[in-house]
Design a protein around this ligand. Sequence first.
Ligand code: TTP
Ligand code: MG
Length: 453
Amino acid sequence: MLTMDRHHTPPQAPRLCRNCSKIRPSGSVCPHCSSDHYIAHKEIKELSIAHIDCDAFFASIEKRDNPDLQGKPVIVGGGKRGVVATCCYMARLFGVRSAMPMFKALKLCPNAVVVRPDFDKYKTASRAIRASMDALTPLVQQVSIDEAYLDLSGTEKLHGKAPAELLGELQNNIQRDVGITVSIGLSYNKFLAKSASDLDKPNGFAMIGKAEAREFLAPCPVEFIHGVGPALARQVSQKGYETLGGLQMAELKQLIGLFGETGLWLHERANGIDKRPVDPRSERKSVSAETTFFEDCSDKELLIDHLWWLCEKVALRSKEIGVAGNVLTLKLKTSDFKTRTRRMTLTRPTQLAQVMFRQGQTLLGKEVDGARFRLIGIGISDLEQAGADMADLIDPGALKRARAERAADIAKTKFGSNAISTGRGIRVQADRQSRKQSDTQKTSDQTSRHKDT
Ligand code: TTP
Ligand code: MG
């Protein structure tokens, strides 16, 4: 087993005190602080690649700042007609999730308090957390406003503490200084560190070691690999591979024959292999979002609806991190796993959904040729800080104007008045709900999910 928090302590494994963050060789009580809260792992001193993810980030900040929200289910998002950005863990008990339409979330959890997002506050908290990570190692790769990878190899010499001890302290310091909890995954590569950080949320600390990685992965469904959506999972399952254990047994050659480059990627992840370094230089090269269809899709209108929804996500994330892009890239994956990318340089940098959507449609128009697509994505790159000249585009009034412009744009397209009255994003949500499309769609700061998930 991998997460040893109190319940599954392996015999003779060294343990990390969750209170004072010191490693001891054994014993249920910490000799330094007398706490009995610990995690144990045989490789605790060797593992050095960490993934840190804030718990219910926007909602935690809102709860931190407003005592009235304590003990209540909280949803952060864009009003009654909008979408849930995130919600606290209490609201999750009712089934509320990110990217869910607000009306559905409120049906599930009528007592929830809805709070409008305040990105300045989230950015301030994110920067404070980032500064505390930078103090530990130069190898920090922030991948979104609330998550980052750290490579702590070799830092023991510098700090006189093992990576796990440094991370335990970091976790406690963030809680004390920023006022929110984070979850930590510690392993020997990025894929497993990210997987581990999800295992014990919230305020979690989980480890996956080399000796147990394959055994741990074996029973997991193929979707466990970040970046595998329902369509790919179904195709893999149609070839007889239901679990990562099945993929572990398969010949690499055979997987490449069946799935091309994706086959190599599946083989590596199933076996706990991930050669990507923690690379601070690759931060924020782009902001992109993509989605995998439940069923392959050749319908232009549906593709356009999804494009709008993705543009909204990219725009939201760009505003969160304060960037605008000079280059727009459309990505499509055909049902036979061929990737098509179309790129254009914009006349001026943008962080607006309506600009991405307008130009994205032009790019998409050239690709809709009867081919069936399993994935669509859109992203901006060649990023720059959103400057003062763009401030008018992110104030609420300008957003209204931008929305009006978007409505006019849509009206000019041939896709019917329905799209105007209901909103494409809402239609896509409805479509996704009805198809039970359940990929873990998330805006990323990387050029592709496969590269960074
Ligand atoms: P996540 O880390 O995915 O979610 P989270 O921190 O709220 O919850 P968890 O404990 O499961 O990590 O995303 C970080 C923030 O990004 C989240 O607080 C709000 C924002 N976000 C959106 O605005 N839209 C989305 O669809 C998602 C997934 C996140
Ligand atoms: Mg998070």
